[in-house]
Write a protein that binds this ligand. Structure first.
Ligand SMILES: Nc1ncnc2c1ncn2[C@@H]1O[C@H](COP(=O)(O)OP(=O)(O)OP(=O)(O)O)[C@@H](O)[C@H]1O
Length: 880
């Protein structure tokens, strides 16, 4: 400041010129103010350059650094409604605060006013609470002489020498936030290892969307063997990218470079990492890869015109993305059902578990290897197996690779290490068990598995196999014939004995019965061909058939003690199979004619579906008049049995409720669009959401579900089935159902989960507001949080609850076309975009006043807590 040299008139000048008392006083006052400012400036200089903090400056609690082109901003922030303060970096021009880095994620500040960011004595950045003098966070110390901190347009906060001209590559900084990612990988950030320094850069989820502290999920590169990236849930791997094959990760076939994004993978002696860059001259494109608190990897792209983060990619996607789903030598194919099969030349290790669709034990060789005599089976479109122990040679040809593998008796498979434009190069070899294989419809790569020569043929092998097949077929025919006769005679005898005395047995495998003949008395629906007319019954054929006695023994003769509940079509019992597996057995009441159609529908549909949020059908039984369905046993029974029970409701804190909402949404999106079929459930309700031991939700009861073909979006029925309180208006009144009628039921469920109260539907004649009406009223009065069930306790995130309420209200809007799709619902739930969500319009059926003559005959909760007509699945006809 060159104040005294200024040519401008100033108070001191005026003082010497005029010497009047008034002006003298004014000048003195001015001077003292200036001197005070100068001394303060010397002690606490303010930040002058918007993106830089020098050694003599402080960044106060209300100041921020802004990168040169206004892309990123660094400062203190408070996530959602919490009272904790964090130092973080976010996008400057995106209204909805999207934080990409947090310095003190595990050491928040209780208040912000006394916090400052400065460069410490050891050339490090420090965040200090000036009041307590406590250091909340510090970067590494540096040997810098004159360090400055700068926020770059890449989102990287760096420490460098003030006079350094080097700011090109990320390796030249004294310290950089890019080396310490939180939950976000930004363009040009490295995910992986600096092997010289041992620095491992990986992303770790926030604990919840309002809590940046270290969460359970991490996405980490393993540089051993043939490097690949693993998604960890605490100590367990949940998903694997597969190794980089020169073009993409072998487990991400949809990963294709575009004009806008380039993916990079670098494997050098001193570093191994993955990164991506944004290309193009279409102006700035914002993209970020994150790991969410619930373990989803998501890439978002900012859509400027719509003001939203669009989900561009996500993983894990399906059952086959689950780590080691099909065990050693098992291959997962999400287009097949069941999804697991053994590699050719291998058979299931644990046949019983395998038949019950638990493939985790994998497969074992049928024929011992003969080392140099072995052959290789080629498999196409494969995700390469776990490769931490693989051997890689980038210079070896495929032919030498094969030879080297053959000569090493422990080598179990080989493949090209790289593929580029369809051309392979290099060599990768695996020894020992082959784990976590999957096959794609397209997009994987060729993979060569070692097998005993006899498994692969040659004339001698072929002849041997043909003979074996003939012998086996003849033996099976004889056994079947004999056992048919034996069963016939035993049955004839057993029919006269009480159930408890009947002999227990369980038929395993599909080859022992014929689906069509078993169902011959059942009307096969016109949709049997599942739209194409070509659909095979493979899945059904694979579905185990239990005989009556097995299930009678398992459930202790269907004893009341084992009764889990009762629905419209019969009772559900807990059972234990001879191998100790716990199951739930739904026994259709023998006099329920209505149940037959639903039974067939359930078996036909659910056998073809597999998702972690859908209950698994393990098998079925048709024995004269008896029809039973056997499901995986859900320890916590139905959501209904917990949510609407005074005694049990407090088991569900907010985090659990939120997880349940997200899980149901994921199951529904799978039904509506992600599975091979488009299915409308038509009877979503709290008693059809089952909860496993970890309270993970699974949608059950597909008796009412309908399949939509090709481009069909809605259907009209005269037979309205479903449960009042959950039924969309257009469905209940006009019989019109679509994915949007399921969305309505989902919305009701969301509001029930938030409030712990049932929606009363519209059966009674009183004119009070029901749950939807109440929610709508509170929302409009800005009192949404009053909806929350007091049993949730104190620990809930206000914004998350309000977001769920908004999603719930959007789903129950009166007009089907106003309701979001489940895909949008999942996005809204996961991305925290409350500000960009539409405002809900009025809900359908928000009064209890519409009368309806409904007959209902039973309820799942008769046993649990009284009878409620409203919650029972009904079936009625509507006029046209
Ligand atoms: N796989 C399972 N594991 C544990 N409990 C189960 C299982 N399946 C059903 N139940 C229990 O049995 C009850 C009855 O189920 P069911 O599907 O027969 O009828 P609902 O869905 O309650 O009623 P409705 O038939 O009217 O739709 C459920 O509410 C649940 O408590």
């Amino acid at each position: 400041m060159d104040f005294f040299n200024t040519k401008q008139p100033n108070p001191l000048y005026a003082f010497t010129q005029r010497n009047s008392n008034r002006e003298r006083m004014r000048a003195l006052k001015y001077c003292s103010t200036v001197l005070l400012c100068l001394s303060l400036l010397t002690l606490f200089p303010v930040v002058t350059s918007k993106d830089t903090l020098s050694q003599t400056q402080l960044l106060q609690h209300d100041q921020t650094l802004v990168s040169a082109s206004d892309v990123f901003e660094l400062g203190l922030f408070k996530p959602g409604t919490t009272s904790d303060w964090y130092l973080g970096i976010w996008y400057k021009n995106i209204q909805e605060k999207t934080v990409v880095w947090v310095a003190n994620r595990n050491t928040p500040l209780w208040n912000s006013y006394s916090a400052t960011l400065k460069i410490g004595d050891h050339g490090n950045l420090v965040l200090v609470d000036e009041e307590t003098k406590k250091i909340a966070w510090s970067s590494n110390e540096t040997q810098a002489v004159n360090p400055i901190a700068q926020l770059l347009d890449s989102g990287n906060l760096v420490l460098k020498e003030a006079n350094s001209t080097r700011n090109g590559t990320t390796d030249e900084f004294l310290w950089q936030s890019f080396d310490y990612p939180t939950n976000t990988l930004l363009p040009d950030m490295k995910l992986g290892w600096n092997l010289s320094t041992g620095l491992d850069r990986y992303i770790t989820s926030w604990k919840s969307i309002e809590d940046p502290s270290t969460g359970d999920f991490s996405f980490k590169l393993n540089h051993q063997g043939f490097p690949e990236i693993f998604l960890w849930n605490k100590q367990n791997i949940t998903y694997r990218s597969g190794p980089w094959n020169g073009e993409r990760f072998s487990g991400v076939p949809e990963m294709t470079a575009s004009n806008n994004i380039r993916f990079n993978f670098v494997a050098k002696p001193d570093e191994v990492y993955y990164s991506y860059s944004i290309l193009g001259n279409l102006g700035p494109i914002y993209s970020r890869l994150t790991v969410s608190p619930t373990g989803d990897l998501q890439r978002f792209i900012w859509i400027e015109s719509a003001n939203i983060w669009n989900q561009y990619w996500y993983a894990p996607k399906d059952q086959c993305d689950r780590f080691r789903e099909c065990g050693p030598y098992g291959v997962c194919d999400s287009n097949a059902s069941p999804v697991c099969k053994c590699l050719e030349g291998f058979g299931p290790k644990n046949l019983q578990a395998w038949n019950l669709r638990d493939g985790s034990d994998g497969c074992v060789r049928k024929t011992e290897l003969g080392c140099l005599k072995d052959k290789f089976l080629v498999l196409e479109n494969m995700k390469l197996p776990e490769s931490g122990g693989a051997f890689v040679d980038m210079n070896m040809s495929l032919e030498s690779c094969k030879k080297t593998c053959l000569e090493n008796c422990n080598c179990s498979a080989y493949s090209d290490a790289r593929i580029s434009n369809g051309e392979g190069s290099g060599c990768v070899m695996w020894t020992g068990k082959l784990m976590d294989l999957r096959q794609y419809a397209e997009g994987g790569q060729s993979f060569y598995v070692r097998l005993a020569a006899s498994e692969l043929g040659g004339d001698h092998g072929k002849a041997k196999r043909v003979i074996m097949i003939v012998v086996i077929t003849v033996s099976i025919c004889c056994i079947l014939l004999l056992s048919g006769l034996v069963i016939y005679f035993i049955r004839k005898r057993n029919l006269n004995l009480p159930i408890a005395h009947r002999e227990s047995s369980k038929l395993k495998g599909s080859f022992e019965r014929n689906w069509d003949s078993l169902l011959s008395e059942v009307v096969i629906s016109s949709r049997r061909d599942f739209c194409s007319g070509e659909k095979s019954n493979d899945e059904l054929d694979q579905l185990p058939l239990f005989d009556f006695n097995t299930l009678a023994v398992a459930t202790d003769n269907f004893s009341n003690r084992n009764k889990l509940g009762e629905g419209g079509f019969g009772c559900v019992y807990k059972g234990t199979l001879v191998d100790g597996q716990e199951v739930a057995v739904k026994r259709l009441s023998t006099n329920s004619e209505q149940g037959t159609e639903e039974f067939k529908n359930e078996v036909e549909l659910i056998a073809r579906l597999q998702h972690r949020n859908l209950v698994r059908l393990l098998g079925f039984c048709i024995d004269e008049d008896e029809k039973m369905l056997t499901y995986e046993y859900m320890e916590n029974k139905s959501l209904h049995s917990i949510l609407f029970s005074e005694a049990r409701r407090s088991m569900l804190d907010w985090q659990k409720r939120f997880k349940i909402i997200c899980g149901i949404a994921r199951g529904l999106i799978y039904l509506h669009q992600d599975s091979r079929l488009r299915i409308i459930h038509r009877d979503l309700k709290a008693s059809n959401i089952l909860l496993d031991g970890d309270l993970a939700p699974k949608i059950s009861d597909f008796g009412m579900a309908r399949l939509f073909c090709n481009d069909q979006t809605e259907e009209n029925t005269r037979r309205v089935v479903g449960t009042f309180g959950y039924m969309a208006p257009e469905y209940a009144m006009d019989g019109l159902f679509s994915t949007k009628s399921d969305v309505f039921s989902f919305g009701v469920l969301v509001l029930e989960i938030i409030s712990g109260k049932r929606n009363k539907g519209f059966y009674s004649s009183n004119t009070e507001l029901n749950l939807l009406g109440n929610a709508w009223k509170l929302w409009n009065e800005g009192k949404g949080l009053e909806m929350i069930d007091p049993d949730v306790g104190e620990s809930y995130s206000h914004s998350e609850v309000l977001r769920c309420m908004q999603v719930g209200l959007l789903c129950v809007q009166e007009r089907a076309e106003d309701r979001p799709t489940m895909a949008s619902v999942v996005l809204m739930l996961s991305s925290g975009t409350a500000t960009t969500m539409p405002n809900p319009k009025n809900p359908g059926f928000c009064l209890e006043g519409t009368e309806s003559a409904v007959e209902a005959d039973s309820s799942s909760d008769k046993q649990e807590e009284g009878y409620s007509v409203n919650q029972v699945t009904i079936s009625t006809l509507v006029g046209r």
